[in-house]
Design a binder for this molecule. Structure first.
Ligand SMILES: [Zn+2]
Length: 209
């Protein structure tokens, strides 16, 4: 089973999306991206439904369906971010709350250091457009996860597995931030502390404590 299919099936099970929202992809060659199709709910997908596109211009190399409506975004990110090999885009419930507020997720918990001192928001642009692709690409110059204003979340990784785990982490952080804001004023860790945590992650990995 292709990793794109494996993680697409997990999206609704893990509470990251519903219906036909969201799209995932991975690099499968120097100039090829494998991506989910448009308009088919993830649980109904099979390997034969995935689409291969040319990274350069989004031309269809293989597949029977229309590619995800965000194919421009996926292709632009692979062109402009050579180290990225997997991309997850979802409208996950808590991250999308902050996206709709145009409000970054702040360092309410040290695990945010997997991304940086905060999860930034990129300005709104209509879904599926080159302008949205450019804004997300710019946001990802300094972060591996960005909120898309009034839209959702994009995470990237050296593998699709890494991008998917990051989407789960960001959604967990967003839920935590939401809950803390609902009953009080959370303490936010400063950038120096996030830098210390990042240094510790480099030596011990993020999942020890
Ligand atoms: Zn979307």
């Amino acid at each position: 089973m292709d990793a794109v299919l494996l993680y697409a099936w997990r999206v609704p099970r893990d509470g990251l999306g519903h219906g036909t929202s969201g799209n995932l992809s991975r690099r499968v060659g120097a100039n090829t991206v494998r991506i989910t199709p448009s308009g088919i709910p993830f649980p109904r997908l099979s390997d034969a439904d995935l689409i291969d596109l040319r990274v350069e211009d989004g031309g269809v190399l293989a597949g029977h369906w229309q590619p995800s409506s965000e194919w421009r975004l996926h292709c632009a990110l692979y062109r402009q971010h050579p180290s990225v090999h997997g991309i997850v885009h979802v409208h996950s419930p808590f991250a999308t709350v902050f996206a709709c507020l145009g409000r970054p997720i702040e360092a309410v918990h040290y695990l945010i250091a997997k991304v940086g001192p905060r999860i930034p928001v990129v300005p709104y642009a209509t879904y599926g457009t080159q302008l949205l692709a450019e804004r997300v690409s710019e946001g990802l110059m300094t972060s591996r996860a960005v909120l898309l204003e009034n839209h959702g979340l994009v995470t990237v990784g050296a593998t699709l597995a890494e991008a998917y785990q990051l989407a789960l982490d960001v959604e967990w952080l967003a839920g935590l931030y939401y809950r803390t804001l609902s009953i009080g004023q959370p303490r936010i860790l400063d950038e120096a502390e996030i830098a210390r945590v990042q240094s510790a992650f480099r030596h011990y990995g993020p999942d020890r404590d």
